[in-house]
Design a protein around this ligand. Structure first.
Ligand SMILES: [Cu+2]
Length: 323
């Protein structure tokens, strides 16, 4: 269900995705129904105020009848109508959170007071997010300090960006152009300047633009180097002197935990494994891994995760490198 005419209204804000169209439709339909419910109350109020004003000759004899069907109707009809809206809104929300095939993954780091974005080949931007039109995009976001909130009004999406935990936003932009990007969480003195633009480009233009970053190292390559330099490989290698799990094939698979149960190894799992190794210890291993909380910044953690994720690709990291 979408009202296509909304977007044609001259004053309507930019609406550049199917999700945005759905949100607008629900919002407008809901407002309309609210008016239907509220208007009779005010109209009758005004009418009765006039009819029963002091000195009028209106009939004031009581009408003590109760009308059970009427009472039932005004409880049940709104209930059914509201459940319909609840269903539509919940569906739009779940659709938004569905994983998308072959999505372009962009890392976003929020900090007081700017947005840093990074494309898969290592190209970086500040306060700007360039994406190709018609391609599913997944933002993997984290904050370096306080809670921020990524808000892309033209796409009608908003998501808190937290310290210590990755959150995601997924969208497919359907129109090219430059749109607003901003922080929707009051995050300190210069919060109001924490804005920028979302630039939706034609696919070719995006490809040409993103490959301009010749000197940028890919996160996965930086991650591989860091894996050795930070000493991870000293334990997490087949010939290492200590017992530590191999990380090949780890990403996306369930990990049995020492305390029983298991968790899926997603980005947040990997992050915790690196920063707070004792939060979940892998079954069959000793909790000897040191915390790297003090050594690594957000970008380095993202690099390591990019590397560990690549170890799970079918071709062994895409670089033919196996430990
Ligand atoms: Cu902010």
């Amino acid at each position: 269900m979408q009202f296509d005419w909304l977007n044609a209204l001259p004053f309507w804000p930019d609406q550049i995705s199917d999700h945005a169209a759905t949100v607008d439709t629900i919002m407008v339909a809901f407002s309309f129904v609210m008016v239907l419910f509220v208007a009779p109350v005010f109209i009758l109020m005004a009418f009765f105020a006039v009819k029963y004003r002091r000195g009028s000759s209106a009939d004031r004899t009581g009408r003590p009848r109760s009308l059970p069907w009427l009472e039932a109707a005004w409880a049940l009809v709104p209930l059914v109508v509201m459940m319909f809206f609840f269903y539509q809104a919940a569906r739009a929300y779940f659709d938004l959170h569905d994983e998308m095939e072959n999505s372009l993954r962009i890392e976003v780091i929020g900090k007081q007071w700017m947005w840093k974005t990074q494309h898969p080949n290592g190209k970086r931007q500040i306060n700007q997010l360039n994406v190709p039109v018609g391609v599913p995009v997944e933002l993997n976001m984290i904050s370096q300090d306080v809670i921020h909130s990524m808000y892309l009004p033209a796409l009608r999406i908003k998501q808190d960006v937290l310290p210590h935990r990755y959150t995601k936003l997924r969208f497919v932009a359907t129109e090219t152009g430059t749109f607003h990007l901003t922080c929707a969480e009051y995050c300190g003195t210069l919060h109001s300047r924490m804005g920028g633009s979302l630039v939706v480009m034609e696919r070719d233009a995006y490809d040409a633009w993103v490959s301009e970053a010749r000197d940028a190292a890919r996160p996965v390559d930086r991650g591989r180097r860091l894996f050795t330099e930070a000493g991870c490989r000293g334990c997490h290698a087949e010939d290492a002197p200590v017992e530590a799990p191999l990380l090949d094939g780890l990403y996306g698979s369930p990990v049995p935990l020492a305390g029983g149960g298991s968790v899926e190894a997603d980005e947040n799992y990997l992050r915790t494994a690196i920063l707070r190794p004792n939060a979940h210890v892998v079954a069959g291993f000793e909790p000897i891994m040191p915390s790297f909380r003090e050594q690594l910044d957000e970008e380095q953690i993202l690099d390591l995760i990019a590397y560990i994720r690549a170890l799970s690709d079918d071709d062994g990291g895409g670089e033919g490198e196996r430990r």
